[in-house]
Design a protein around this ligand. Sequence first.
Ligand SMILES: *Cc1c(COP(=O)(O)O)cnc(C)c1O
Ligand SMILES: [Zn+2]
Length: 402
Amino acid sequence: MRCIQCGRTYDPHPRLLLCPMCQGLLEVEVEPYEYPSWSKWALRSPGVWRYLELLPLPRGVEPVSLGEGWTPLTRITNIGDLHGVNVYAKNEGVNPTGSFKDRGMTVAVTVAKASGAHAVIVASTGNTASSAAAYAAKASMRAIIVVPRGKIALGKLAQSILYGAVIVEIEGSFDQALEAVLEAVRQDPRLYPLNSFNPWRLEGQKTIAFEIVEQLGGVPDWVVVPVGNAGNISAIWKGFLELKRYGLINKLPRMVGVQARGASPLASAWRRGLSEPVFFDHPETVATAIRIGRPINWPKAMRAVRESKGLFIDVDDDEILSAQRLLARHEGLAVEPASAASLAGLLKLRKDRIIEKGEKAVIVLTGHGLKDPDSMMAAGATRLIARNPGEAVRIVTSLLTR
Ligand SMILES: *Cc1c(COP(=O)(O)O)cnc(C)c1O
Ligand SMILES: [Zn+2]
């Protein structure tokens, strides 16, 4: 494990989550016991654990898995405003709990269980909680989730309830929930934290990059990712770097981090040419999964975007909701608002001619639409009321001639 701030290296330990010397973020570096290769991977069943050589699996340990990963990469065919950009959507909503968080959880919960932990804890805007709750259940561990009261989407709360997590709702924002979790873990080391400063989680999430290359048969020009705590964009970039290091690809994509305008610490900094985020004390957006004012992984994400010659941008809530409807109504893809931010960002980059005709872009659709039924209900549809079956027949038969 290496500290990205002071560069010190440490022997791997499940409990080593921040640098003991400087409190910087740590990065896991997996030394493959065998050389990774596409042909070897292709022989294994698809999913996160297919990429075993580049994953940190403790010796003799069976992964805690629910069959995560190998999500569909579908071509966007019906959205006209893209004007000749080849766009593919990585549909992370079809993971076991409905978001990409499962890729990280399978690895981190496996590591936690192997270390003898009995309880996991997370602060969450919703999806980390659902995912942690499910994987903890599979691992026979307790899950404690700390969420901002009234600020998490209904589907996510419902999942956590069903999976049997203990739910602590705090009056405050996600950032305050995370502070509480950090302090709780300091006071009671029996709690194992699963937030995305936990570098083991990012190891699972980097497989998004591996799958994109495998499914596309090459490296796209752009990868567009919604950014909240900024772990995922960092993880995906790390995945591409590792493929390059082992000679499995020979070029790299440009990474785009999309934030909601009301919660855009990184995009605001980027626009002003600053190298550190402009923290938001009161983040606000319909895209609750990225409603984060102090992204903990910002140093990794800044590095990913800078190294890849990419950029951070922001989109407003109307653009997000309109992109959500476009994906659903033209492509049959139901995603939660945070995920639609990637399409909204892509449309903006296309309009500004930053992405050019003929280029290939992948948008990462991070979570399923069912997560947030309120946003689905607000999409608006033609809904007609018939007082009896005869009236229903008259209404229905008149519809197509109107
Ligand atoms: C967690 C999440 C994000 C943000 O990912 P970060 O790693 O926090 O940047 C985006 N969309 C959805 C649906 C999420 O659950
Ligand atoms: Zn350090």
